[in-house]
Structure formats: C-alpha cells, structure tokens
Design a protein around this ligand. Structure first.
Ligand code: ZN
Length: 191
C-alpha cells in the first residue's frame, strides 16, 4: 500500500524514532508499504518518520541510480552493493568516516528542493535487518550518503540542517511556503 509522505512542517519529522524491539506483523507490513511508497515516488531512501511513524526504521535502494556509484565492504572485503539491496535498517548505529564529500541531495519530504550537502564520504553501519538479524558493513558513495541522510531522519534531523547557512537562506521563501502549506493541511484534517 502506498502511504502518504509527510512533508516539511509536520512535527513528526522532528521526532526521534523509538527503537523497534520486535519485528511484529505491523512492522513487517510497514516495511513493505515503505518500499512501495519509496519506489512509487522514485526515491532512494525513506525513513519511518516520513510516513508518520517515529521509529528507528529506514528502507533504502540505490540500484535505480546508475550515474552515482556506491561501494560496500562486507566482513572487510569488497562486495556487490546488490548483496545488501533492498536495504532495511532497524535501530541503526552509524559511524561516518573519511574525507567530506559534497553532493546533490533531495528529500521526499521537500518536493523539488535540491541542494549540495557535504558529508563524510564513507560510513560504517551496525543495524538489524528486516528479520531482526544483525547487519554490519561499510559503504562509500551514494549509499553512504543515503544512509547518513536516512539515519538523520530517524533522529529528527533534516537535510536543511546540514545545508550551509547561505543555501538555506536562499531557500527561505520555498521552505516557509512548504511549511505553511503542510500546517494548513494538518489543520484542515483536525478541523
Ligand atoms: Zn529525506
């Protein structure tokens, strides 16, 4: 089922996700729906907050992007990125490392807003997969960026928080409009 994607201005995007203690049927269905929602929106990642659930859960799939490569290391050895795709990360702990890299980023909660964001080029990940099994790997490239972007969501951090002040100021009108629109929609639902 395709779920509505929460937009900037909805307070759930600022909530830190609760840990997922058990892979219940509800969580399994949520994972399935999040993938369906992400693919329908042509995104590479989606966090639970973006469908209105403040949980430590994100789904990622970078296979659709051909011009921005990703690499992974499993058990200290280079591996195929496809080996961990589609990727479900539950209760992830990440350690970004390596030189900072600038790259374009968008977010399904900020339609039509794109900006260069600088983040460490690589990341070490410890999480649980969709079955509740531990996953551990290192990644670079687009996947490392997507993992950092999505893990930020799980902690209530948005890509606008990572923008240089100048870039954020340049987007002020668009951001204010989006926020006002989201709040008006929420208000009309309540009313
Ligand atoms: Zn996002």
């Amino acid at each position: 089922m395709i779920l509505p994607i929460v937009k900037f201005g909805n307070p759930v995007l600022r909530q830190k996700g609760a840990r997922v203690e058990k892979i219940t049927p509800d969580i399994k269905k949520l994972i399935e729906d999040m993938f369906e929602t992400m693919y329908a929106a042509a995104g590479v990642g989606l966090a639970a907050q973006q469908v209105g659930r403040a949980l430590q859960l994100t789904v990622i799939d970078v296979r659709g992007v051909k011009d921005r490569p990703s690499t992974i290391e499993l058990d200290g050895k280079p591996a195929e990125v496809a080996a961990v795709m589609p990727l479900v990360l539950i209760n992830p702990g990440i350690q970004p490392f390596g030189d900072p890299v600038a790259g374009p980023e968008g977010c399904l909660s900020f339609p039509e807003i794109f900006e260069e964001i600088t983040r460490p080029g690589s990341v070490e990940v410890n999480a649980l997969d969709a079955k509740g099994q531990p996953v551990h790997f290192k990644s670079s490239g687009l996947l490392a960026r997507a993992i950092q972007h999505e893990t930020d969501h799980l902690n209530g951090i948005l890509f606008i928080d990572r923008m240089p002040l100048k870039a954020k100021q340049a987007l002020k009108v668009e951001l204010d409009e989006l926020q006002a629109e989201t709040k008006a929609t929420l208000q009309s639902k309540l009313g």
